[in-house]
Design a protein around this ligand. Structure first.
Ligand SMILES: Nc1ncnc2c1ncn2[C@@H]1O[C@H](COP(=O)(O)OP(=O)(O)OP(=O)(O)O)[C@@H](O)[C@H]1O
Ligand SMILES: [Mg+2]
Length: 413
């Protein structure tokens, strides 16, 4: 057969299979409604919280400064979407009021937060170079025109100089004539309250609200609503929804996790050319979602934490001094136990390779503590006899995958 005929056949086959791909019906109606950034119109089981926040903010509509509010709740309990929902309503209703949302994971200092908010009023601020006093004066000037300014500080515990920020905003109210500035802080970290200066604590915690985790029944309802918008009719088996809700409520009651589980189950079904999502896809998605969440956590870690974790993953794979000394390997794929000292030495080497200065052992212990709080590692104080009192470290997930993620982050090229 001539080369040209071969080519025709190959092209023909390719065209057919490409056409097939294009014609294949997706089981998703609109996958974006399953994304964590989507704010649904209705928020079942948060009606009470919505009313309470609206009641607090209603003072602003009457020209009075609302009380400051702090919202606490575990991850995925609907804090962000509830406040965003109220914000949409507030903006529609307020004549002399404005509400600004700031994600403090990104804007994590007093200066950056004020700059972000004031940009909405003073476009020239796009070009940086304006000092804090200027931003402060502008805030007072704008509020004094009779404005009630409400700042939503999401993930407020991430603000490095939170005491200073709260103090600055509180003090601004003494200088504003007609208007006011108030704060809605959102956090999923219970302990950060204790780290605050007593003065800013009492100011920020004027009102406190707790968002409870969702039960399996509540998650089931939330998922069913989203399935209607996100998937083609009858694609998702009702028992798959129940299973996703049950798995999630056993773990944390985190609605984000439940939605991810369903999203991943849909992708798996589609990948395998299935037209239905049943229990088996949800089960299979579970591992993937856990890994997705770990990967997200690692992505948002500061670099020094990433380097320490990289060393832990590397040593877990290459074999540790502890293993050699004790001649007992830990149960396979979860990785071996490591001496804290050998991890620190490896961390120093990794820093050198990256052209970074390694931090002191005091900082290193802080990093280990943070990594443990995030559930990435666990530490065990060693029993007597093993080099006095050292800490033993163990990786909580598969070290190979963790090392691969970190390698890409630390050495992108
Ligand atoms: N009552 C609800 N009804 C419908 N969807 C919800 C509800 N609560 C949460 N969700 C969905 O769950 C996901 C997580 O919600 P959200 O981002 O508001 O959680 P959060 O409490 O802010 O979590 P974190 O502390 O991790 O920031 C979002 O996709 C949101 O749309
Ligand atoms: Mg949130």
């Amino acid at each position: 057969m001539a080369f040209r005929d071969h080519l025709k056949i190959i092209q023909g086959q390719f065209m057919t299979s490409f056409d097939q791909v294009m014609l294949k019906k997706s089981i998703f109606l609109n996958a974006s409604v399953l994304s964590p950034h989507y704010v649904p119109k209705d928020l079942p089981f948060r009606e009470h919280q919505i009313t309470e926040i609206m009641t607090i903010l209603s003072s602003a509509l009457r020209g009075q400064k609302p009380r400051n509010l702090i919202i606490y709740g575990k991850t995925g309990t609907g804090k962000t979407c509830t406040v965003k929902h109220v914000m949409e309503e507030f903006i529609k209703a307020a004549k002399n009021g404005s509400m600004h949302y700031v994600n403090c994971r990104i804007y994590n200092s007093r200066y950056r937060i004020l700059q972000k908010i004031m940009k909405n009023y003073v476009p020239e601020l796009e070009k940086s170079g304006f000092g804090l006093p200027y931003l402060y004066e502008k805030l007072i000037e704008i509020a004094s025109g009779g404005q009630q300014i409400v700042l939503v500080l999401d993930e407020v515990d991430m603000v490095k100089d939170l005491d200073e920020l709260v103090y600055t905003l509180t003090r601004s109210n003494d200088e504003i004539q007609n208007g006011g500035v108030s704060i809605i802080g959102i956090s999923n970290k219970l302990s950060f309250k204790d780290a605050l200066d007593p003065r800013s604590r009492s100011s920020l915690y004027e009102t406190e609200m707790v968002f409870p985790p969702y039960s399996a029944e509540q998650l089931q309802k939330i998922l069913s609503e989203r399935v209607k918008e996100g998937f083609v009719d009858n694609v998702v088996d009702p028992s798959a929804i129940n299973l996703a809700a049950a798995i999630t409520s056993q773990e944390t009651g985190d609605a984000r996790y439940a939605l991810k589980l369903l999203h991943r189950a849909g992708e798996l079904a589609e990948h395998e050319n299935k037209t239905k999502i049943s229990d088996s896809e949800v089960e299979a998605a579970r591992k993937k979602v856990e890994f997705d969440l770990t990967a997200e956590t690692i992505n948002t870690l500061p670099q020094m934490h990433q380097i320490v974790l990289y060393s832990i993953a590397s040593l877990s794979l290459s074999g540790s001094k502890y293993t050699r000394l004790e001649r007992e390997k830990d149960s396979g794929d979860e990785g071996a136990l490591l001496f804290s000292g050998e991890v620190y030495e490896d961390y120093e080497r990794a820093c050198k390779k990256l052209g970074k200065r390694a931090r002191s052992t005091r900082w290193y212990r802080e990093y280990l503590n943070d990594l443990e709080v995030l559930g990435l590692i666990s530490t065990i104080p060693s029993s007597k006899g093993i080099r006095g009192h050292t800490t033993l470290i163990k990786m909580c997930s598969d070290p190979k995958s963790i090392k691969d993620i970190l390698h890409k982050l630390l050495w992108p090229n």
